[in-house]
Design a binder for this molecule. Structure first.
Ligand code: 0WD
Length: 255
């Protein structure tokens, strides 16, 4: 096992212990990294703090950061800069769409729902990268989470699929832009995992069943598998990789 001792990473998007962000936090914690957590709003502070206390390392910097608010994002990264100086990377594990837009006809997507999904699930990566960049003085690695529904049509994923396509392309533009500063930007396309966000997708159980029956590995993806893929992307081992989407989905995407 390699170590991330002495490295600092920002984890954005822990809502509860099922969150993929939490899987990433656990993998990085085991590798000895220092972690900073951001949460969506005040109501998440206590549950996130309670979870963070269960980790092996002592990570006591937790900050609110609503990614729909430019001032909030700036204030959050300014504070991180003041408290730790330099960071080595960040995990962007944030998405949102209205539940009513995650079923039914795609052509019924509302303008408001379209913009909301893109704002939180796609644009947020760009605004976060902008404010994290000055803190990555020795280079860095940015990792976001995407899904197959941004590459091809997946039933009920609807507007979130279109937002993920936008996110995927943002990864490439950001990778090209930030590469000159030795900042890498990559996405992990995770297989379906039962989380709070996934609950919003209509008929999610059939998606899980399909993976178990048909994916090359014949099993569903775990939080830990995604966490370890992120660990690789945050480590020196992946230093030649940027603008990439790694599928951590039991191989389902090849079908
Ligand atoms: O099957 C899955 N669960 C997959 C998820 C498969 C492939 C990809 N993903 C992606 C999601 O699309 C998302 O980008 O992984 C990422 C993390 O999602 P998750 O772990 O599945 O879900 P969850 O635990 O709900 O975390 C998403 C979090 C929010 O949680 P809630 O439940 O409150 O929506 O995104 C954060 C929040 O913590 N979030 C925000 N953070 C800052 N500002 C905001 C916001 N405005 N809105 C949502």
């Amino acid at each position: 096992m390699f170590t991330l001792e002495g490295k600092t990473f920002v984890i954005m998007g822990v809502a509860n212990k099922r969150s993929i962000a939490w899987g990433i936090a656990q993998s990085l914690d085991k590798a000895g990294a220092n972690l900073i957590f951001t949460y969506a709003g005040q109501r998440f502070e206590k549950p996130v703090r309670d979870l963070v206390e269960t980790l092996e390392g002592k990570h006591d910097l937790l900050l609110p950061c609503d990614v729909t608010n430019d001032e909030d994002v700036k204030a959050c990264f300014d504070e991180i800069g003041k408290r730790v100086g330099k960071i080595d990377g960040l995990a962007h594990c944030i998405a949102f769409a209205k539940t009513e837009e995650l079923s039914g006809n795609f052509s019924d997507t509302s303008r408001e729902g379209f913009l909301l999904a893109h704002n939180i699930s796609s644009f947020s990566l760009t605004v976060v990268a902008k404010h994290a960049k000055p803190l990555m003085t020795e280079g860095g690695s940015i990792v976001t989470l995407t899904y197959l529904g941004g590459e091809r049509v997946v039933p009920n994923y609807n507007i979130m699929g279109v937002a993920k396509a936008s996110l995927d392309m943002s990864v490439r533009y950001l990778a090209n832009d930030l590469g000159q500063h030795n900042i890498r930007v990559n996405a992990i396309s995770a297989g379906p995992i039962r989380t709070l966000s996934a609950k919003g997708v209509s008929d999610f159980n059939s998606v899980l069943k399909e993976i178990e029956e048909r994916a090359p590995l014949r099993r569903n993806t775990t939080q830990e598998e995604v966490g370890d893929t992120a660990l690789f992307l945050f480590s020196h081992l992946s230093r030649g990789i940027t603008g990439e989407t790694i599928h951590c989905d039991s191989g389902y995407h090849i079908l």
